[in-house]
Design a protein around this ligand. Structure first.
Ligand SMILES: Cc1ncc(COP(=O)(O)O)c(C=O)c1O
Length: 443
């Protein structure tokens, strides 16, 4: 019998890795909130893979929706009409609300952001884009440069006109100020950036409504309404990257609903099709959509609006509605919040706990006085070195709980149908593993 683990190890180019260091764990089966490896060991999927299998694994209704489309036809190009694509575009517009109209469907969050930025440039006739440092927006040309985290560095130099501003990150305020007396300096500074760069050159500001892989950082409630006002003042578009937060993750269909503002463009992927088939979406406000009625939308891919992906999207949204998954995410927020705060009280290495719905970050520290981070950006690309948060995640994996971590934060984003008991089972394992990071606390 072929050893596919060995073949994978030798022939697959793994993302974000030194290939020689990759340890292959072959997965045999996945169902509900669990997956199983080749040895039969079961793991609780406490990050929904890449925060993406929002409905859990092997959902019959989603599988059936894809198969039904497959039996009709697998592919029809974007220049011909497809019922699944039309249905999904209308469903997304209905979820986004009356301010929004057309969606461009692609295959990833990266492509969704590329399509957002391109449209912002054509619409405004300007070219600069302001992003933020605690951000990830994707892995190709523009999206990689929009990214503020260390994955950008080896890919530089990038494109002219992409700038990074400060983050709304109260636990580590870039201005060392206190909320609310700060008067939301992080938002106001972006206004300064637009002025200093010349408003005639800035096309858009892009931001994740709740920062995702860079630490799950919800903003203060005033931040986005203020940013909206600043963008309007300077005729700059506001793009909300909802690739992680969209479609139920935060206890609302879209995270923008928490913050009472309307971006000009919303980008989605991941939970849009529960990642059963690759799918990205760029949803344009009426204002931006209307512009393209008589201006060229110069963007496209062979896979744009792929019928199988769109069918997966339709089935995902229908499944979420039928099973009230958004409501469950909102309900489970209290369970996560309470238990994680108890964990924080018991572990000196837990510096901060924050989140919404089923989207929670646990930031680890090494020093309770200085809040020194337990993992740093610099450590990200240190070969052979395992940062503390990665050690904690590794211990949990050994004990059957899978989740992602980045820099200094453990990232929890379980499937939206998780139960209270399943949350506690996973967090019992996390609770125990945090003894590892506690031992590293120097003060
Ligand atoms: C906020 C955000 N935007 C964009 C992306 C890129 O999406 P993709 O990996 O589907 O290209 C990601 C991926 O994790 C993300 O978290």
């Amino acid at each position: 019998m072929e050893d596919y683990a060995q073949i994978e190890k030798e022939y697959v180019m793994r993302s974000w890795s030194c290939q020689a260091d990759v340890k292959v764990n072959m997965i045999e089966k996945a169902d509900g909130i669990y997956f199983w490896d080749k040895s039969g060991k079961r793991y609780s999927d406490f990050s929904s893979q890449l925060n993406s299998t929002s409905c859990g694994h092997n959902v019959k209704e989603i599988n059936d929706g894809i198969v039904e489309q497959l039996n009709k036809y697998a592919y029809i190009g974007p220049g011909l009409g497809s019922e699944a694509r039309a249905k999904l575009a209308k469903m997304v517009a209905d979820i986004a609300g009356p301010n929004y109209k057309r969606t461009f469907f692609s295959s990833s969050g990266t492509e969704a952001n590329e399509a957002a930025v391109k449209a912002a440039k054509w619409f405004t006739g300007k070219y600069k884009i302001i992003s933020r440092y605690q951000s990830y927006h994707g892995a190709t040309g523009i999206a990689m440069m929009l990214t503020g985290d260390p994955r950008r560095y080896p890919n530089e130099p990038g494109y002219p006109g992409i700038l990074h501003g400060p983050d709304c990150y109260c636990y580590r305020c870039p201005f060392k100020m206190e909320y609310p007396s700060c008067d939301i300096m992080c938002a106001r500074y972006i206004g300064d950036m637009i002025r200093f760069e010349a408003k005639e050159t800035v096309a858009a500001v892009i931001a994740e409504p709740i920062v995702g892989s860079n630490g799950i950082i919800p903003p203060v409630k005033e931040y986005f309404p203020m940013l909206r006002e600043i963008c309007d003042q300077y005729e700059v578009l506001l793009i909300a990257d909802e690739v992680m937060t969209g479609f139920g993750r935060t206890g609302k269909w879209l995270a923008i609903e928490h913050y009472d503002f309307k971006p000009d463009i919303i980008t989605t992927a991941k939970n849009l099709s529960a990642t059963y088939v690759p799918l990205g979406g760029t949803t344009y406000s009426k204002k931006v959509s209307d512009y393209f009625e008589d201006h060229w939308f110069v963007e496209g891919h062979t896979y744009a609006g792929h019928p199988l992906a769109c069918a997966a999207g339709v089935a995902t949204i229908n499944y979420m509605k039928k099973n009230k998954l958004v409501e469950n995410a909102a309900k489970m927020e209290k369970v996560m919040e309470k238990r994680l705060n108890e964990i924080k009280a018991d572990h000196k290495s837990v510096g901060d706990v924050r989140g919404k719905g089923l989207f929670w970050g646990v930031e680890l520290i090494k020093n309770t006085k200085t809040k020194e981070q337990a993992g740093t950006r610099e450590e990200k690309f240190m070969r052979g070195h395992v940062p503390i948060p990665a050690k904690v995640a590794g211990e949990c994996m050994k004990n059957g709980v899978f989740f992602l971590q980045m820099v200094s934060t453990l990232l929890f984003a379980p499937p939206l149908n998780i139960t209270e008991q399943q949350i506690h089972e996973a967090l019992d394992v996390v609770d125990k593993a945090l003894e590892i990071s506690d031992k590293e606390v120097v003060k």
